[in-house]
Structure formats: C-alpha cells, structure tokens
Design a binder for this molecule. Structure first.
Ligand SMILES: Nc1ncnc2c1ncn2[C@@H]1O[C@H](COP(=O)(O)OP(=O)(O)OP(=O)(O)O)[C@@H](O)[C@H]1O
Length: 218
C-alpha cells in the first residue's frame, strides 16, 4: 500500500473551545490509484490533506507512506519527505513569481534530484505550455498557471500527489480539461492521487471516492 492512515486524530483549539476534526481515520490508497476526498465544508478534508502532506502533525495515529510513518518524522525529516516523495497541487498555485515558466517547472524536480528532460517535455507539450515557457506567472491566466503548477508537481515524479480543489478557480470547461490532463499524466507517471473536491461530478472522474463525515470516513 502506498498510503495508509491508521487511527489518525486531530483536534484544533479555537476561541470557542477544542474541536475534534478527525476522530480516528483509517484509510488506504494503493499505488497508481486516484481517490476523491469529499465531504461538506468544515468536515476536515484540508486538514487530512495537510497531515498527509507533512505540513502539520496529527495528535495520534500513523500516516504510512510506502511503509514509513511520516507522522513520527521531525521537521527536517518532513521537509525531506515534502521535497522528494509528495507533490502538492493546491488552489493557490504557489508558483515562484521571480522565475519564468520553464524554471518553475524544473525547480522541484531539480531539488528532488530527479530532473528528466524527456518527461518534462512530455508534460509541457501535453499541458499545452510550449509557447509560454519564457513568461512569468503574473503574465498567465488562472488556467495557464494551474497547468504550470501541475507540470511543476509531476515533473518531480512524486509517488503521491495531493490536490486540494485543483480546478476550483477555473470555469467548468477549462477545469474539466485540466483535470483530465492531470489524471492521465498522473496515471502515466504511476503516482497515486488523493484529491479534495466538492464536486460529485469531478469525483466520478477518479478511480474511487471516500466521504468524510463527523470526523470519520463514512
Ligand atoms: N488552524 C486551525 N485552527 C483551528 N481550527 C481550524 C484550523 N484549521 C481548520 N480548522 C477547523 O477545522 C475544521 C475542518 O477544517 P478543514 O479546512 O479541514 O475543512 P474542509 O473539509 O477542508 O472544509 P472546506 O470544504 O470548507 O474547505 C473546521 O471547523 C475549521 O474551522
């Protein structure tokens, strides 16, 4: 199993008191599978994704990625995990403003020590980015920025891709095209994908889906 969550819990302290967002989550994601994470607003989808991304730590439980518990890693271990094992595609595209498209795309792959120009060219061509390589992020539309963010993430060949409403800022037609490309490229790289979405329609495009309700996988 590529990703396994075992009894993962997370509580937040808020001005109104403690809220138990995740109450013992168990979940498995095999390699090369795509799964949609759904649930109503506030159900804890982003919290779960942040834990798996190594951006935050659970209160208890295990988050096993290829058999290694990332919940138990220290700051440096989690930074190394984020650099080499996991790819994030979030709504805020997090492109580097001072780098052009070409440099944005190769940046993570180089950091991970996995630059592969043939794969990069395939990503750039498939995502229709060839003519935009010298532009800077601010000179791109939302859909173009999102496609660059996808190329940037997949260029590093992460085993696990985490996406949070990756097409949430795009119109439906553009969003469907971008998601379709993302799914086929994720498949051809052999990566597993966990994607948060509010849309039952988009969830149907993935291999499977799970629902978060009352802090548990329903
Ligand atoms: N850093 C934080 N401190 C305190 N409470 C938080 C924090 N982050 C999230 N929460 C709370 O935890 C709950 C789950 O939030 P989360 O963002 O995971 O939900 P979500 O399912 O992704 O929601 P949405 O679909 O609206 O994005 C919410 O009640 C939210 O207010």
């Amino acid at each position: 199993m590529l990703l396994s969550l075992r009894n993962v819990s997370k509580t937040y302290a808020t001005p109104e008191g403690k809220i138990e967002v995740l109450k013992g989550i168990d979940f498995d994601l095999p390699a090369a599978q795509s799964v949609a994470l759904t649930g109503e607003s506030g159900s804890g989808k982003s919290t779960l994704l942040h834990l798996v991304a190594g951006l935050d730590q659970p209160d208890s439980g295990q988050i096993l990625v290829a058999g290694r518990d990332i919940a138990g890693l220290g700051d440096r271990g989690r930074a190394a995990y984020r650099r080499s094992d996991v790819g994030l595609i979030f709504q805020q595209f997090n492109l580097i403003p001072s780098l052009d498209v070409a440099a944005n795309i190769s940046f993570h792959a180089r950091l991970a020590g996995r630059q592969d120009t043939t794969w990069e060219t395939q990503l750039i061509e498939t995502l229709g980015l060839t003519s935009l390589m010298r532009r800077y992020p601010e000179q791109l539309s939302g859909g173009q920025q999102q496609r660059v963010a996808i190329a940037r993430t997949l260029a590093a060949r992460p085993a696990l891709v985490l996406a949070d409403e990756p097409t949430g800022n795009l119109d439906e037609t553009t969003g469907d095209t971008v998601l379709g490309l993302m799914l086929s490229l994720t498949k051809s790289s052999g990566a597993a994908l966990l994607m948060v979405t509010h849309s039952p329609r988009l969830a149907l495009m993935l291999d499977g889906s799970v629902l978060l309700r009352s802090g548990r996988i329903a």
